[in-house]
Ligand binder design. Structure first.
Ligand SMILES: *Cc1c(COP(=O)(O)O)cnc(C)c1O
Length: 392
């Protein structure tokens, strides 16, 4: 349905895809797709919906523009957008799985995705085996006769572990499983999992795609017409759609994705290098650093390392808390991917719902700090970190 122009570069597509001016008779040639609030669409003939539009839940022109744009950015044929990242995930899982099915998932997933698997899908007799997917052979070993899907995130959150997407895609193909990749952390600017063999990409557009910490949303991008039709049917049946206003805000945000991510990354690199030589810092985890254990694999499947990094400071949880509370420019907050720099303590915030023993097992210590570099001036961010680390 959507036919992205693959001769265009990313920044061009981010601005133009899905938003060609409308020059049809009577149209005004808007260069920005308007917020279409109409909840229903009139038709002239009983059996012919006007331009395919029937009712706001089924499709809306502002949402359609965003779906076309996001599909173009992920090199996908089809796109669907949802009320949140988790609404996208839930609809996808309901559409493609049934009772009795099994999923092999990465053990270092976004907390909400893990909760969805363990506490919602479990009630519908859909089971999950979590494995360390940084070792692709463990993924293959976990496959059962009733397996239908593999679910990965790369890099993961908050430990920034990297999966070999190409290798896992081959395993998925060999066993006839659907490979889903959550690409929220790098955004389509730095990584395109469909090009590496994944079947479906999901995003929380609340993060980098929206980019301004002011809109909640999710997206699913894919190339299979059969899965797209199933998903579209379920999205309408379940109703987890993105509103026209939120579609507009996301369209507005995503146009500057390339510009923003260059600056997010520049800041993250400088901060990672600063922290790496600081005596109070024991460990810095950033896939863009050569010291990252999977740096080479990471480079082979991405064009950049993004704006999120994690690090550990010497001392106790109290020391970590004191550092975080002393920062002036960094907002002490959950979430990531906005223009403002954010920082948080996963063990007490984003990952507090993960049982302590699982946190220990996966390596989320009580002094592990996750930082999302914003687009401010690098020197101001480093000065803030410096002063907060000083007075201990
Ligand atoms: C935030 C996030 C989600 C969930 O998205 P929401 O928009 O908050 O529902 C899923 N995956 C990852 C990696 C995320 O960071």
């Amino acid at each position: 349905m959507n036919t992205p122009d693959n001769t265009q570069g990313f920044a061009t597509k981010a601005v133009h895809a899905g938003e060609e001016p409308d020059f049809r008779e009577g149209a005004s040639g808007d260069v920005v797709v308007p917020i279409h609030l109409s909840s229903t669409f009139a038709r002239k003939k009983v059996s012919v919906p006007t331009a395919g539009y029937e009712y706001i839940r089924s499709l809306n022109p502002t949402r359609k523009a965003l779906e076309t744009k996001l599909a173009a950015l992920e090199n996908a044929k089809y796109g669907l957008t949802f009320a949140s990242g988790l609404a996208a995930e839930t609809t996808l899982l309901l559409a493609l799985l049934k009772s009795g099915d099994h999923v092999v998932a990465f053990d270092d997933l976004y907390g909400g995705t893990r909760r969805l698997f363990n506490h919602v899908l479990a009630d519908y007799n859909i089971s999950v085996t979590f494995v360390d997917a940084t070792d692709a052979s463990l993924v293959e070993n976990a496959i059962q006769p009733q397996s239908r899907m593999i679910w990965i995130e790369s890099p993961s959150n908050p430990l920034l572990k990297v999966c070999d997407i190409r290798a896992i895609a081959k395993i998925a193909a060999r066993h006839d499983l659907i490979l889903v990749a959550d690409n929220t952390f790098l955004s389509p600017y730095f990584q395109n999992p469909l090009d590496l063999g994944a079947d479906i990409v999901v995003h929380s557009s609340t993060k980098y795609i929206g980019g301004h910490s002011d809109v909640l949303g999710g997206a699913v991008l894919l190339n299979s017409a059969a899965y797209y039709e199933k998903l579209q049917y379920h999205q309408n049946a379940v109703g987890a759609v993105l509103s026209p206003f939120d579609s507009y805000l996301t369209l507005r945000g995503v146009k500057t994705l390339a510009l923003r991510l260059e600056q997010h990354q520049k800041n993250a690199v400088e901060i990672a290098l600063y922290l790496s030589q600081h005596p109070r810092v024991t460990r810095v985890i950033y896939p863009g650093l050569e010291t990252h254990p999977q740096h080479r694999l990471f480079k082979s499947q991405t064009t950049g390392a993004g704006g999120v990094l994690s690090f550990e400071i010497r001392g106790t949880t109290k020391d970590a808390e004191r550092f975080l509370e002393r920062l002036k420019l960094f907002a002490l907050a959950e979430s990531l991917g906005g223009v403002e720099s954010l920082i948080e303590l996963p063990s007490a915030m984003t990952h507090a719902s993960v049982p302590e023993e699982i946190r220990k097992q996966t390596g989320i210590s009580d002094t592990l700090i996750r930082l999302s570099a914003g687009i401010e001036n690098t020197k101001d961010l480093i000065a803030d970190i410096k002063q907060a680390l000083q007075n201990e």
